[in-house]
Design a protein around this ligand. Structure first.
Ligand SMILES: [Zn+2]
Ligand SMILES: [Zn+2]
Length: 335
């Protein structure tokens, strides 16, 4: 046995693995949200929780003195975490992440009340699985915290495309997660939904995007009440086949790539070079569907340069005026 692996076994024996208390959640009937999870959410059906809503570099962005970043450093209310969702199944006390962001430490804290963590020690099973969209830093670097140096999970299911799984298996430090059994890689086929609990299922959807290390998917999350499509990163909608409106025909809520509002955010670059749909273009494409109540559309994965991050901006007002919205950190969407 590898020496580190042996040490891991010893450490695990010393720290009893997390056990799930079987008693029902406290505070189901209401009361304070002392753990950050709204009390009313505990008694409800399955839901999606936005754990973060900005692009891979975060807000404030590393080493940036732009207006949004200065505002976020001065006012914690303007701060946002990197794009990630949780799928919460309150009845079975299960939680799945969509993407593991570099902000995962704080994002796991925000899930503290859902599963009932053991007191006074590391919860070595804080979630039930992770679905990965792709291999850009904002979407999978957080996986590292499930490894030996940190949480040290056992066989945490990680759902991804076969190519993404192969990338993780073949490249350090991710390969160590596999070798030590911290994660169990599960290849998902876009045509095959993954059935969770409480009537929720998750289906991967191939998405055109810069695919340097692995391919890219979005996820359709279908619950007993509604379906939510999550596409945080994509090339321009013109690269989609079938086209976006057709793809959204049977979707209730779409959480879409809102990285940039205007090409002016990237001086010297063309729309083609930017490689993301601009928010006004997305609104042009979907305005009819939104206006007739066919779908609710929210933008997420906003770049730190995006003026719509400022709730007092004219760009934010324009999004609201046209019937769209910007997904907020902590926002809960029933399934
Ligand atoms: Zn991204
Ligand atoms: Zn910035």
């Amino acid at each position: 046995m590898h020496r580190l692996a042996l040490l891991a076994v010893v450490l695990l024996a010393a720290c009893t693995p997390a056990e799930r208390p079987e008693q029902p959640l406290e505070g189901v009937a209401g009361g304070a949200a002392e753990d950050g999870v709204p009390a009313e959410s505990r008694s409800a059906g399955p839901y999606v929780l936005a754990l973060g809503t900005v692009q891979d570099g975060g807000l404030p962005h590393a080493a940036c003195s732009g207006a949004n970043c200065i505002a976020a450093r001065q006012d914690p209310g303007r701060r946002r975490l990197i794009a990630s969702l949780a799928i919460v199944l309150p009845e079975s006390r299960r939680v799945y992440l969509i993407d593991a962001s570099p902000d995962i430490r704080e994002q796991l804290d925000r899930l503290g009340g859902v599963r009932g963590a053991p007191a006074g020690r590391v919860d070595r099973a804080p979630i039930d699985g992770v679905f990965l969209t792709h291999a850009h830093i904002g979407h999978y670097l957080g996986l590292a915290f499930f490894g030996f140096e940190a949480i040290h999970t056992r066989n945490l299911p990680v759902y991804s495309t076969a190519r993404m799984g192969e990338f993780l298996r073949q490249n350090g430090p991710w390969s160590q997660l596999v070798r030590f059994g911290n994660v169990e890689l599960i290849a998902i086929d876009p045509s095959q939904p993954v059935e969770l609990d409480q009537g929720v299922r998750v289906t991967a959807l191939p998405v055109p995007h810069r695919d340097e290390y692995a391919d890219t998917v979005g996820f359709l999350i279908e619950g007993p009440g509604r379906s939510i499509l999550y596409v945080p990163d994509t090339d321009s909608w013109s690269a989609w086949d079938p086209e976006l409106p057709e793809r959204l025909a049977s979707v209730d809520v779409a959480l879409l790539d809102g990285s940039f509002y205007s090409i002016a955010e990237m001086p010297g670059r063309s729309v083609e070079e930017v490689g993301h749909p601009l928010i006004p273009d997305s609104m042009d494409l979907l305005e009819g569907m939104v206006a007739n109540g066919g779908i609710e559309v929210m933008f997420t994965h906003l770049n730190h340069s995006n003026p719509a991050l400022d709730p007092a901006s004219s760009e934010h007002a324009e999004i609201i005026r046209r019937g769209f919205s910007v997904l907020a950190d902590g926002q809960r969407l029933s399934l």
